[in-house]
Design a protein around this ligand. Structure first.
Ligand SMILES: [Zn+2]
Length: 235
C-alpha cells in the first residue's frame, strides 16, 4: 500500500512540475506535451520517468544538453514521500484523498511562490472550492468549521495585508484555502507558526545576505509548512 502510493506520488509529482512551470507563465497545462524549454525537443516516454530519467541523463536534456533544474526530482520525491506517509497512517480513503489534495495544493502553490513571488488564482480559487466540496461531502472537517476557517483566515490576512506592506491578496486567498481545509483554530494556528518562522527566517536571511528590509520574502511556503504542522497536531 505504502509502495503503491509512493509510485502514484512520483507520477503526480511529475504532473505538479508541469503545473509549477506552466501556471505562472500562463501556459495551458495539457497542450503542448512536455518539451525541453531550451531546444523545444518533445520529451519521449523514457525521458518522462520520474527521478530516474533525471539521474540517467545526469540532469541534462538529451538533445541540447541544457541543465535541467534539480527542482524536478525534488518535487517528484517530495510528493512520493508525502503520499506514502499519508497512506501509511490514514485508514479511510475519503480522509486520505482529502489530505493528499491539501498536501498537493500546498506544495504546488508554495513552490510557485518561492520562484515567482506569486500565489496564482489558478490554484488558490479552485483549491478553496475543492476544500469546500470535500467538507460538504464529509471527507474533511465539518462544513461549518470549513466555512468559518475560510472566512476567519482570509479575513485575518486581509487585515494584515491592508495594515502592512508585506502581504498580498495571494496570501489572503491562500490562507482562506488552508482555513477551508482544516477549520478555524488549526488554520489560525498555522498563520501564527508561519509568522513566527517567517520572521526568524527573514531576519537571519537579511543578516546573511545583507539585503535591505524591503526585500520581498514569500510568505506562502511558511504558511504551507505551518498548515502541515498544525493539521498534524491540532486536528
Ligand atoms: Zn533541450
Amino acid at each position: 500500500m505504502v509502495l503503491l502510493f509512493f509510485a502514484i506520488g512520483l507520477i503526480f509529482g511529475s504532473f505538479y512540475n508541469v503545473l509549477i512551470w506552466r501556471i505562472p507563465r500562463g501556459e495551458s497545462i495539457v497542450f503542448p506535451s512536455s518539451h525541453c524549454p531550451g531546444c523545444g525537443h518533445t520529451l519521449k516516454a523514457r525521458e518522462l520517468i520520474p527521478v530516474l530519467s533525471y539521474v540517467l541523463q545526469r540532469g541534462r536534456c538529451r538533445c541540447c544538453s541544457m541543465r535541467i533544474s534539480w527542482q524536478y526530482p525534488i518535487i517528484e520525491l517530495t510528493t512520493a514521500v508525502g503520499f506514502a506517509l499519508y497512506a501509511s497512517r490514514e485508514v479511510s480513503l475519503p480522509a486520505l484523498v482529502s489530505k493528499l489534495l491539501f498536501f498537493s495544493l500546498l506544495l504546488v502553490a508554495s513552490t510557485i511562490d518561492l520562484e515567482h513571488k506569486i500565489l496564482p488564482n489558478a490554484i488558490t480559487i479552485p483549491g478553496i472550492m475543492i476544500g469546500a466540496v470535500l467538507a460538504f461531502l464529509g471527507w474533511s472537517v465539518p462544513i461549518g468549521a470549513s466555512l468559518l476557517g475560510l472566512i476567519s483566515c482570509a479575513g485575518f490576512l486581509l487585515v494584515l495585508a491592508l495594515a502592512t506592506k508585506g502581504m498580498g491578496m495571494g496570501d489572503v486567498k491562500f490562507a482562506g484555502l488552508i482555513g477551508v481545509f482544516i477549520g478555524p483554530l488549526p488554520a489560525l494556528g498555522s498563520i501564527f507558526i508561519a509568522s513566527l518562522a517567517g520572521t526568524v527566517f527573514g531576519l537571519i536571511y537579511l543578516l546573511i545576505t545583507r539585503q535591505g528590509r524591503n526585500t520581498p520574502i514569500p510568505f506562502g511556503p511558511f504558511l504551507a509548512l505551518g498548515a502541515l504542522f498544525s493539521a498534524e497536531f491540532f486536528l
